[in-house]
Design a protein around this ligand. Structure first.
Ligand SMILES: Nc1ncnc2c1ncn2[C@@H]1O[C@H](COP(=O)(O)OP(=O)(O)OP(=O)(O)O)[C@@H](O)[C@H]1O
Length: 234
């Protein structure tokens, strides 16, 4: 579904991604792990075509077609949803307005506002609330719901559990599992190792802009040495 091959990304002259490669298969949940500042967000932004960083070399293909160099809205149009770090909502738009920015309210195909409210009942209850009136968990649900409105086949999620209470993290894990069951592929940046291992099929560990380890979630969960070496988990 997604192939990232030998990608090199820069902020100015700072060479942050130094030949990172990974793949995400159909209906697969892949977690990208690594300590702070190792390049996880940079990789997600590079795939989504969001600048900065500048991608100077490498390949990104989605369903076999090269997407590197395309503008983010064109990448979205091909079926890649994006849940940015920090949720990036509009403070003055209502929940419904956030969802209809990308798809008319009258749309009947794929993800509709009605379907989003079925999937996230809490958002339905809060439909007239504005972005700045939502709790952290509600904001995260809305960021995910908004990404679904383009009817993606792949979603890139950058630290969706950040700042959420444990019960909301569990809720989010359930949502990720349901999206996977519905056939979506997910690339997930996650600081919360245990949450990542709960939902992911496979994980990659990024260190100074390169993938230094790849394993199934089950294998890495049972590998305390690797967890300590690359993630500082004891
Ligand atoms: N806009 C920017 N301009 C310059 N340098 C940046 C910019 N954004 C990130 N960096 C640097 O690039 C490196 C990788 O950052 P990135 O945000 O990709 O890391 P990360 O693995 O997602 O970290 P975290 O878990 O802390 O979010 C860091 O050294 C960071 O300081």
């Amino acid at each position: 579904m997604l192939e990232v091959a030998d990608i090199h990304s820069f902020y100015g002259e700072a060479h942050v991604l130094q030949g990172a490669s990974l793949t995400v298969g159909k209906s697969e949940v892949v977690a990208l792990l690594g300590r702070n500042g190792m390049g996880k967000t940079t990789l997600i932004r590079s795939v989504m075509g969001v600048s900065p960083p500048n991608v100077r070399s490498g390949q990104v293909t989605f369903k076999g077609e090269a997407i590197l160099g395309l503008a983010p809205h064109l990448i979205a149009k091909r079926g890649v949803g994006y849940v940015p770090q920090g949720r990036r909502l509009f403070p003055s738009l209502t929940v419904t307005e956030h969802l209809t920015v990308l798809k008319p309210a009258a749309a009947t195909h794929g993800w509709t506002v009605a379907k989003a409210f079925e999937f996230f009942p809490r958002l339905g209850e809060r439909r007239y609330h504005r972005g700045n009136q939502l709790s952290g968990g509600e904001r995260q649900m809305l960021a995910v719901a908004r990404a679904l409105m383009i009817d993606p086949e792949l979603i890139l999620m950058d630290e969706p559990s950040e700042g959420l209470a444990p019960v909301m993290v569990q809720h989010l894990e359930g949502i990720i599992a349901e999206l996977k069951a519905a056939g979506l592929s997910i690339l997930l940046v996650e600081q919360n190792l245990y949450s990542a291992l709960a939902v992911a099929d496979r994980v990659y560990i990024l260190e100074t802009g390169r993938v230094v380890h790849e394993a199934s979630a089950a294998a890495i969960g049972a590998d305390p040495e690797t967890l300590t070496q690359f993630l500082g988990v004891h």
